[in-house]
Write a protein that binds this ligand. Structure first.
Ligand SMILES: Cc1ncc(COP(=O)(O)O)c(C=O)c1O
Length: 482
């Protein structure tokens, strides 16, 4: 695995390749377009012919461009020969008490095991995070901090970082203020606090289907029931099904990821988000919105969260820096609308405060402009990694496999032929030191027996390709013997 390569210090040809790749990801260069000739780019960028040629070879090996004899390099179709997408899900319309079982702990343990190939848990490669830079900011802050840095930073949390977080809402046209933000220990704490603020044990909470097993863990620990709603792999939760569900069930809250859901990677169109917020506001049902991957979009613009359409303070927006910057700093936050007072009280009872210095370090990192620079590179890296994973699955997995088309984040949902038992595939893959996540843990009723979720958080390499090849062979063998 190519872990040692820092994006910042990458060789010149990679920087050139990054520039062209960005034009492709942003849609400036589109499928079939001829990319600038070697000579043009050489004089535009003031680099050597060899550097440009190496950059183009790299782009070719990443599947972004193709060479046409006597003609030059062209942008390749990114959807070329991909298997079809899965259909909208069809969960049972029953509110179910949640029991997650030990498999989730086993999968998370595999994520900590350096011997395991990390295609399971949704974790990003440490090589893609600016950890050393952020740590240097932290060290500088610690060196200059006075005695007031060693206090309880009581709810709503550190003002500097809340101000920075609030300002970032401008990227989606929002106008959050520091006063509306409460900092938490990761997004998991935000979700916990918000659920406790709006519901109690035994209450019915609407979730997507398939649903992130972390949500199920929270609902289980709070003794709440999950009601899974049909979810489209591209457009997210079905509003029609949701409307029917809130008419027929005593729904207390919705816990959804409208932007780049886990595991589907679905992103609700803007008009659906607006309709969702209006429908729930009319029924006086709070929406707890997980936006942890919202900054990881592949297109030119950041999708608006549902919170952008909230007029009544009924949307509790939850996020963190875990997927984009620093899972180890455990900085999350929520803008809980009219439920903020309850959330603040619950934060006192839960973990009281976040560590002061870690909040200050992230505030400084956001202020310096380093964050946007880093995000641009990260989004581009994930777009390529998801693309390569999709192509590899299409190449190595048995006929009849379907895959999602995420437009952000770093997860791929794979539906295998019905005869493939994903738990069996999971066990066989573990024996080959490859971790994956089997489908049944994304549902309260162990649906999705023939599905798996793949993590695309690591830079593409021969080793990743080989691991996907092994998985495909195992899946093929299981399909043949079933
Ligand atoms: C959708 C979603 N929400 C929340 C989390 C947890 O976020 P944090 O690490 O900030 O607690 C994850 C982690 O995988 C996630 O996928």
């Amino acid at each position: 695995m190519n872990e040692s390569k820092s994006l910042k210090s990458s060789p010149l040809y990679e920087q050139v390749a990054d520039k062209v790749a960005r034009l492709i990801q942003q849609g400036t260069l589109q499928t079939g377009d001829r990319i600038p000739s070697v000579r043009q780019l050489r004089s535009q960028l003031g680099v050597s012919v060899t550097t440009v040629l190496e950059a183009y070879r790299l782009l070719e090996s990443e599947g972004l461009v193709e060479a046409r004899p006597q003609s030059g390099y062209y942008v390749r179709s990114q959807q070329q020969d991909l298997p079809p997408e899965p259909s909208i899900s069809a969960p049972d319309a029953i509110a179910t008490p949640v029991g997650v079982g030990s498999l989730v702990s086993e999968i998370l343990a595999a994520a900590r095991n350096p011997e395991m190939f990390p295609l399971g848990a949704s974790v990003n490669s440490p090589a893609l995070l600016p950890t050393l830079k952020l740590n240097r900011v932290l060290a500088k802050i610690a060196r200059h901090a006075d005695v007031n840095s060693n206090v309880y930073d009581l709810p709503p949390g550190n003002e500097h970082v809340r101000r920075r977080i609030a300002r970032r809402s401008l990227t989606w046209g929002g106008s959050l203020t520091a006063e509306e933000i409460v900092t938490t220990c990761g997004c998991m704490e935000s979700l916990n606090l918000c659920l406790k603020a709006v519901a109690k044990p035994g209450d019915v909470i609407v979730v997507e289907s398939p649903v992130f097993y972390g949500f199920l863990q929270i609902l289980e620990s709070l003794g709440m029931k999950a009601l899974e709603i049909p979810t489209h792999p591209r457009d997210g939760v079905s509003l029609e099904a949701l409307d029917a569900a809130i008419r027929t069930h005593p729904v207390k809250a919705c816990l959804l990821t409208p932007t780049f859901s886990n595991p589907l990677g679905s992103c609700m169109p803007e008009e659906n988000k607006q309709q969702l917020v209006e429908m729930l506001a009319q029924a006086q049902i709070p929406l707890i919105e997980d936006d942890v991957s919202g900054d990881l979009y592949f297109d030119a613009n950041r999708p608006k969260p549902a919170k952008a359409f909230d007029r009544e303070g009924m949307v509790l927006l939850c996020s963190s820096f875990s997927k984009v910057l620093a899972p180890g700093y455990r900085l999350g936050w929520t803008a809980a609308g009219r439920f903020q007072p309850q959330v603040e009280r619950l934060k006192y009872a839960n973990t009281l405060s976040n560590p002061v210095l870690l909040q200050l370090a992230i505030a400084e990192f956001l202020q310096s402009g380093s964050y946007d620079h880093h995000l641009r590179q990260l989004r581009q890296a994930y777009a390529i990694q998801v693309q390569r994973m999709s192509q590899a699955v299409s190449q190595f997995f048995p006929k009849g496999t379907k895959i999602t088309r995420p437009q952000g984040g770093f997860l791929l949902w794979v539906e295998l032929p019905e005869t493939v038992d994903s738990l069996e595939l999971y066990r066989q893959a573990m024996q080959q030191n490859i971790s994956i996540v089997p489908g049944p843990i994304f549902s309260t009723t162990q649906k999705y027996q023939n599905c798996i979720r793949l993590n695309c958080g690591y830079p593409w390499s021969r080793e990743v390709e080989q691991a996907v090849n092994v998985l495909g062979q195992l899946a093929g063998a299981i399909a043949r013997t079933a």
